[in-house]
Design a protein around this ligand. Structure first.
Ligand code: 2BA
Length: 154
C-alpha cells in the first residue's frame, strides 16, 4: 500500500514550491477596476493577488468578480470600471499559507483554490503556491515511489 508517511514529500515546504513575489502579477487595492481588468487580460490569468501600497496581502480579484460588479439590469455598465476600486470588489476571505508550511498543508488548500497566497507573520506578501506546483511535486513523488515499484514487481 502507498504510504506518504516520513517521506521526502513531507519534508517539502511551501518555500520550495512557491512562485516568488517578484514574479507574480498583482494589483493594488486602491487601483481602479479598469487597471485590474487590464492586468488580468494582459497576463492571461483568471485571478491575481491584491496588495496594499506596503506589499501586505489584502485579497484576490478575478475577471468574473469584475464582470459581475459592472453587470447592470439591461447592460454592462462599463463606466463603473473607472469609478470602482479593486478594494470594493475583491474577495477578502481567502486562505493563506506561510513559506515554512509543509506540502500536505499546501495540498489541502489547493483542492479548493487554483492558487494560494504565501504571507509572512506580518502579513507581507511573499508569493503564491499554485495547484500546478503541488500537482507537479505529487506526480514526481508518485513516479519515484509508486510507479517504479509497480514496474519492478510486474
Ligand atoms: P488560471 O489563470 O486560471 O490558470 C490556470 C492554469 O492555466 C494555470 O495553473 C497554468 O497551468 C495555466 N496558465 C494560465 N495562464 C498561464 C500563463 N500566462 N503562463 C503559463 N501557464 C498559464 P497554475 O499554474 O496552477 O496557476 C493557478 C492560478 O494561479 C492561475 O489560474 C492564476 O490565477 C494564478 N497564477 C499563476 N501564476 C501566476 C503569476 N505568475 N502571477 C499571478 N497569478 C498567477
Amino acid at each position: 500500500m502507498l504510504s506518504i508517511q516520513s517521506t521526502e514529500i513531507q519534508q517539502t515546504k511551501v518555500k520550495d514550491l512557491m512562485i516568488h513575489a517578484e514574479k507574480v502579477a498583482n494589483v493594488q487595492s486602491q487601483n481602479p477596476l479598469e487597471h485590474a481588468l487590464l492586468v488580468l487580460v494582459k497576463t492571461g490569468y483568471s485571478a491575481v493577488p491584491v496588495l496594499d501600497s506596503d506589499f501586505h496581502f489584502e485579497g484576490v480579484i478575478s475577471k468574473t468578480m469584475i464582470i459581475e460588479s459592472i453587470l447592470g439590469i439591461e447592460r454592462i455598465e462599463v463606466e463603473k470600471l473607472s469609478n470602482l476600486r479593486v478594494k470594493s470588489v475583491m474577495e477578502k476571505e481567502f486562505p493563506t499559507l506561510n513559506k515554512e508550511d509543509g506540502f500536505m498543508q499546501g495540498l489541502k488548500v489547493v483542492v479548493d483554490h487554483p492558487f494560494v497566497c504565501v504571507v509572512d507573520e506580518d502579513g507581507y506578501f511573499d508569493g503564491i503556491l499554485t495547484r500546478r506546483a503541488i500537482l507537479k511535486r505529487l506526480n514526481q513523488y508518485l513516479h519515484e515511489n509508486f510507479y517504479q515499484n509497480e514496474q519492478s514487481q510486474g
